[in-house]
Design a protein around this ligand. Sequence first.
Ligand SMILES: Cc1cc2nc3c(=O)[nH]c(=O)nc-3n(C[C@H](O)[C@H](O)[C@H](O)COP(=O)(O)O)c2cc1C
Ligand code: SF4
Length: 674
Amino acid sequence: MQLEEPGTLGGLTLKNRVVMAPMGTNYSTTDGLSTARDVAYYAERARGGVGAIMTEAMVVTQQARPHHNSLCCYHDRFIPGLASIVEAIQAHDCRAFAQLNHRGALLRRSVLNMEPVGPSDWINPNTGDAVRALRVSEIHDIQRLFVDAARRLARAGYDGVEIHAANGYLFQQFFTRRINQRTDEYGGTIQNRMRLLLETMDRIRQALPDLRLIVRLSASEYTPAGYTQEEIIELARAVEHAGAAAIDLSGGSNESPQLSKYCIQPPSFPRGCLGPVAKPIKDALSIPVMVAGRVVEPEDAEALLTSGSADFVSVGRALYADPHWCLKAFGQMAAPIRRCIACNVCFERLTTEKDVSCVQNPMVGTEFEAMEHVVPRTADASAPRQRVLVLGAGVAGIEAARVLAERGHDVEIWERAQRTGGQIHLAVAAPDKTEVWPVWTDRWQEIERLAVPVRTGVQVDEAMIRAFGPDHVIVATGSQPRKPPLPLERLSPDVQVCHAWELFEQAERFGPQTRVTIVGGGMVGAELADLLRGRGSDIQILEMQDAACVGMARNNRMELLERLAADGVRLVTRCRIDAVVGNHLQVRIGDAAATELPVGDWLVFATGPQSQLDALEAIEKAGVPYTRVGDAQAPGDFLAAIRDGWMAALALDAEAGPHAASPAQPRKQPASTV
Ligand SMILES: Cc1cc2nc3c(=O)[nH]c(=O)nc-3n(C[C@H](O)[C@H](O)[C@H](O)COP(=O)(O)O)c2cc1C
Ligand code: SF4
């Protein structure tokens, strides 16, 4: 594999072609200092075999902090903490690069009340914040701040520094005519629009001639008003000429979900999606080019290299999902890669000021606990074990079973349905959602590898539990649809009524003439509409809240809503249904007077489910302690289900002590460990 071969960047050898992409985590202190948490997080990825790590964007000034807990480097007091990150990375024969940023116009008032500034007065369409045009003296101040920050990074021991001139931040704002309306030497001609970046590079190189400088650019803005391919090639050439050691290509702009999806792509984007736009830029350069974007499996990365689109592959979310991606890719760790599903929950958490977490990897950000981060883990055969019954073979149940079995407990899974998987079958039914399969398959293959017994079609009762004799039961029995939240006695008998869940696997029942009303515009309602729209059905979604798909990651949400609108799906928000009479719904929309909407042929409820807890009575009668996880605890998303399963398993592990059941037979040992 070309991916495994060493590569050179600015005179520095990287042991392979994988560079971890910069990704914010919100693991720092509220002052922007690094913590044991982010040191361990980066160390684990370095240990996992990447050739280099680009740490997350760090801001150069206190006046431009993007998140409460983002890593900073605007003062010397940050140097020791950053040095410990660098040391932890380099200890694993991995190079450390740092990314420097100023968000400029994309600073959000609502976060830390930072003033958005940019090339020109502008209103950020996403936040509504007014942006103030920078004076020339302020531009020079910012350039000085970049030099000071780069000096600190060099002192912290970084192998190089990347200027973030992509994704719609300050340097891109100056480069794109869409935002830069200046008439002075920083606006107008392409030379003027490139000036901020080139001068900043020049100042850094004057101050730190030995520092390797990388520049991140958006290969395309993906909007008709954005810069052209000729312009970005001219900029890339100028950056090379200004002494860059490499160019790192991303895409789009984080100014809105519509453009941000080209930076942090939803699952509908093809793997390695930036390859085709990166190639002409790479062809115009002689310095190495890195390319990011939907690299999920090693083959995606290899394709970017062999197609001549990249010299190094920048891998982002895949390394949240699996820090040992490289070791597994290169056969140095005998375990399958846990694949990123592009759900963008990680990014949504960052944007909403939470610490980053990953649906596929509940361990991300907990590496400092040093508990469960070695995959596969060698079970300690002498440790006390428990006998655990997991009820429910959905995602939460098998995650709990996986971790328990991995840690040497004696686990069995019982499932009421004839097939395993629970709601995964609904999740993958919608268009573009097949990428979600790994949530199930990556875990299921572990269940098989660990030889966990699984029984389906089991109607559990007290006697069966007593006969099995568990020390603990994990209740992962999922959820079930609620009764319709409306009286339906007066509904016309011509109208068919059902819950959305029943239709995900029966889309063929809908044809071009079918008229459907979906009550509930959450993710389930919208994804059902997505599934049916392709069949030509006439669909309306009625949602009580101000917006649909609340809680879904914004890049994915916006893409889905745009798709629905383009295919004529009518979304009615702030819609309260008072009654259903005959073939009509009596509704109030917003503050308007009561009105009627036709129901159509189908009335489908996509309203929230409720926990399925039928098994509790039997467990309680059998007198066995239990833990509810996933939807059986509270209906939620895959992140909550998997975290629940994982945490319940770890809690049992911690509880296993001298009082625990007699040790079961050790399970077979995993093939290898790191
Ligand atoms: C949570 C999150 C935070 C990110 N933060 C940054 C950042 O600080 N700087 C940056 O240039 N890109 C950032 N990105 C973009 C990634 O570097 C990468 O380009 C993008 O995720 C696409 O690559 P992937 O499909 O391998 O994840 C971030 C992405 C995510 C998901
Ligand atoms: S949260 Fe989703 S998108 Fe983010 S890394 Fe994990 S699986 Fe990928």
